[in-house]
Design a protein around this ligand. Sequence first.
Ligand code: M6R
Length: 638
Amino acid sequence: MRISEFGHAEGSFGLGFGLRLPPMCGIVGYVGSQSALDVVMAGLKRLEYRGYDSAGVAVLADGGLAAAKKAGKLINLEKELVDRPLPTGTTGIGHTRWATHGGPTDANAHPHLDNAGRVAVVHNGIIENFAALRAELEERGHALASETDTEVVAHLLAEEFSSCADPAEAMRLVCRRLEGAFTLVAVHADEPDVVVGARRNSPLVVGVGEGEAFLASDVAAFIAHTRSAIELGQDQVVELRRDSVTVTGFDGRPADVRSYHIDWDASAAEKGGYDYFMLKEIAEQPKAVADTLLGRIDDSGSLTLDEVRISAAELREVDKVVIIACGTAFHAGLIAKYAIEHWTRIPCEVELASEFRYRDPILDPRTLVIAISQSGETMDTLMALRHAREQGSKVLAICNTNGSTIPRESDAVLYTHAGPEVAVASTKAFLTQLVACYLVALYLGQVRGTKWGDEIDAVIRDLSQISGEVERVLETMEPVRALARTLASKNTVLFLGRHVGYPVALEGALKLKELAYMHAEGFAAGELKHGPIALIEEDLPVVVVVPSPRGRSVLHDKIVSNIQEIRARGARTIVIAEEGDETVVPYADHLIRIPATPTLLQPLVATVPLQVFACELATARGNEVDQPRNLAKSVTVE
Ligand code: M6R
């Protein structure tokens, strides 16, 4: 397919199964009339969440190619560019890395160049046959300078270009020789107005502007310049010029692609005055929750989930629901189980996606599998959903990222409308995943007739109030922040909950681990006496999520006893309880109030103080809030 003068072509493409997804890195390419360095660096800033082990750029200028790269965060590269500025050019590429082959050093940072310094390439993925290619290149006299798998591509591109003098053709020829997962972007000094890219597995999106074009792993990198995007499919090569975008398959045939309009604006991908993306994303939760509900109820008041392309007849046949997810999304799944079983009476299992396919799960066409993922790129979840589909089960994805791999490989998708989540610690994605799960549970109840219309209406009314309740929680967070600061020198914090409060406790502990690097564990409060109570010692902070006394009061009474048990053993109790619940007051060293909500919906308000608590503790301990050590936003390796 050729798109000239930025006319768009619509099309579709499919993904093959059994592919291996690459690790997370951020890639940017630009050709136009602005300073390529400025555009690429600004894009890399927006993609730094994808990896922050090293960063690098290359620009074409004055008939040659100039590159700079530095280990560590982007700030190190920025300093390097101040000390040793690059010449100005209008074509360039950049990369932010999450290391796989070779440590996070300057030499291993991308871009990688050929020996003549005419080709520069950036890469996201793993080239599995790189050792053989490297040996072959060395035999032909090439000198390779890094430990990476990527560098071979620069040398191979240089060789191919020397015979065909066409960057896109050189890229196609090289891609046909590569095994594994690779998304590549490259420039050649002999073609100063061309950027070429290749996509296998991880995302690569084209941005189409006026007299300029962009390539990036995520639209956030170019949203400040254009909202017009083209999503590349599997095994496609793209050639960008200022006024044209040409897409072919690795075989050179014109390819079908999908063009689309990006419906969120640049400010959504910026900090908007907050110190951290995480703080902004916590604050955005009322809106995100409301947006996820938007348009789901039709004029007659009944629930419509248009994106669910599994028929009502098929849903009536479902005899088991299995939820697969990782990390925070897994916790959303654990909460969903309570709603699904209570509202539909269908048995529901929740499984860590990374464990799922290795235990030979019992699946058949009557099993509905729900895959929950913010990014839509998590490898463990993707492999689990492929396994489920191979067994004949239908898969419904609950996802936040439009067009990502998990929804594209699912039978149906329900998008959460949280907007871009940049901070590595998931916050607004979690709340919107919960809303989406409640909607799916209600929908199942509706089509199977296990819930009456007025009962569904009542829950929907409660859900519509939640946005305002989350807002109220956020307005009362100062004491939580103050408390967190006093605990900065502690080594351990425990979290207890019962019923849906148990997954909330797990989520509170996960947030604290990943942000504050503290030992934190979540327990079902009833399990405490079976072992974990031995951990309680003088002044140990224990956060307890208390169920509503208005709901299943037996749960409430039991957890009040649990609080007394740990307090008697010296714990410092931090109690999260509903407004008006006076029974907990005598046993709470610190009391965090949340609005009264129906039992099943309580996680939507109870989680928020725990997010704020973890964020403040991380700040007090001097940690990087948005980019915690060793992590990446989406984990695309198993
Ligand atoms: O993109 P996903 O929702 O599939 O990601 C799953 C987990 O990796 C993710 O929730 C992770 O646990 C977060 N960093 C937690 O804050």
